[in-house]
Design a protein around this ligand. Structure first.
Ligand code: NAD
Length: 419
């Protein structure tokens, strides 16, 4: 078989998996509302912060039959804050059924939560913790909604991928917080791109150019562990740097549009404005990458955390058919409307679990998109050209060995390329 034919077949196989999400969205309806009065759909939450709380609301909006039955967070104040937030909403409070025995705290609390009876678990913790939590959820045979990104290093990514493969074997449904995959304009535009509207795609571009989301100051008495976990966005071991934490969304669209993950990358970046003080941790504030995909296609990517500067979060692909839209698409410009994608992704997951919609498992897909970003970060930190297989198989584990509440966690130095 020729090399070209092999590449086409493997791209088609990849496409089948990547396009699965798109197929599932054909109806863009919320879960069969008439069934809301039937058996409840029980949900547990791991990571009761901003996104986790909103994800519970989205799950309930997707179907009134959803009940939150168990909750875990590293910190008790986050469990209480999440429940107070949900209970004060008249439209949601009847769906919140968490008794005292089903509230769990501490780093290992998720293990107890996974022993509870539930239909699916929402994992909305910072990325570094997700490989272990996702693996445990698969071993407990739960269906899963896992927020992106899903790891911060090669070892964690391989662990997540192995668990994702097992979840496919067990026919568990998995949806992963890359909500553009459930957003009608993206789904329909990318389908048209796959159907050849732009001809052969020859180039791509992805941006997450935004401001610094938030930082937290260390309060008196906080251990390193508590401080870094509460200020998780600033430490590479837990967030993966901003390229992983946020830009994963745009890189996921590139992988989706191109039906492939990159084969290599060169990248650069640095820390242009962040003062070298603890609250800004050890991550950079900008990256630029040149990702090479199969067939010589290049994707240029930018991401940054710069306040008071030009912001743009977008994707673009260019194809050979200049007669249609000048051969360019922002990946969401050929359709309109649809449900809120944060709700739609739960509707699609619930339909997959109930068997009222297509089976969905986005585990491998999100791990590949996460690793696209991790590989970009590694190439930039090291100042080297990296290949996918070499980077993915690297023995690199950023997680601290001691995750006890009073653990001392020294902060790795800010990376300097070439050193
Ligand atoms: N899809 C999206 O558009 C979107 C938007 C926002 C956030 N997110 C993702 O959601 C995740 C959470 O982000 P967030 O904004 O809610 O952050 P957050 O800080 O508001 O919430 C994270 C919660 O996890 C808890 N936590 C930390 N470590 C834990 C552990 N080991 N075990 C249990 N709980 C732990 C924290 O105490 C906190 O309550 C991140 O991966 C983020 O990328 C996705």
């Amino acid at each position: 078989m020729s090399e070209e034919k092999r590449t086409m077949i493997s791209r088609r196989e990849f496409g089948k998996r990547s396009a699965l999400g798109a197929t599932a969205m054909a109806g863009f309806g919320i879960v069969n509302a008439a069934r809301a009065a039937e058996e409840p759909l029980k949900v547990g939450l791991i990571g009761a912060g901003g996104r986790g709380t909103e994800a519970v609301k989205d799950a309930i909006k997707a179907s009134g039959r959803v009940q939150l039955v168990a909750i875990h967070d590293a910190f008790k104040d986050r469990v209480d804050g999440c429940l107070n937030n949900l209970m004060k909403n008249e439209n949601l409070k009847d769906n919140i059924k968490v008794d005292e025995d089903h509230k769990f705290t501490g780093v290992d609390g998720y293990k107890k939560l996974l022993e509870c009876e539930m239909d699916y678990v929402i994992i909305a913790t910072p990325p570094g913790f997700k490989p272990a939590q996702f693996e445990a959820a698969v071993n407990a045979k739960k269906h899963i909604f896992c927020e992106k990104p899903v790891s911060t290093d090669p070892n964690g990514t391989r662990r997540f991928m192995a668990a994702a493969k097992k979840s496919e074997e067990l026919k568990l449904s998995v949806v992963t917080g890359t909500q553009r995959r459930h957003q009608k304009p993206y789904v329909e535009t990318i389908k048209m791109i796959h159907d050849g509207a732009l001809g052969e795609i020859v180039a791509g571009r992805a941006y997450w150019n935004g401001s610094l989301p938030w930082t937290r100051d260390r309060e008196p008495g906080m251990s390193d562990f508590e401080y870094q976990v509460r200020n998780w966005y600033q430490f590479c071991w837990i967030c993966g740097d901003n390229i992983v934490e946020q830009h994963v969304h745009n890189l996921d669209v590139m992988n989706w549009a191109l039906l492939a993950h990159p084969i290599s990358v060169i990248a650069s970046g640095g820390r242009a404005w962040k003062p070298k003080i603890e609250k800004y941790g050890n991550i950079w504030d900008h990256f630029s990458c040149d990702f090479e995909y199969p067939n010589g296609v290049h994707v240029m990517s930018f991401c940054r955390h710069w306040n008071r500067c030009y912001d743009e979060i977008s994707e673009l692909v260019t194809g050979t058919n200049r007669r249609f839209r000048n051969g360019q698409s922002n990946c969401c410009d050929m359709a309109r409307g649809g449900e809120n994608p944060y709700v739609q992704e739960h509707a699609d997951l619930q339909a997959s679990i109930l068997g009222t919609g297509p089976y969905l498992n986005e585990g491998i897909q999100v791990a590949e998109s996460t690793f696209t970003a991790i590989m970009g970060r590694m190439a930039a930190y090291e100042g080297k050209k990296l290949k996918w297989e070499d980077a993915l198989n690297r023995d690199m584990d950023l997680m601290p060995k001691n995750l006890s509440p009073d653990a001392a966690i020294p902060i790795d130095p800010i990376p300097v390329p070439g050193e």
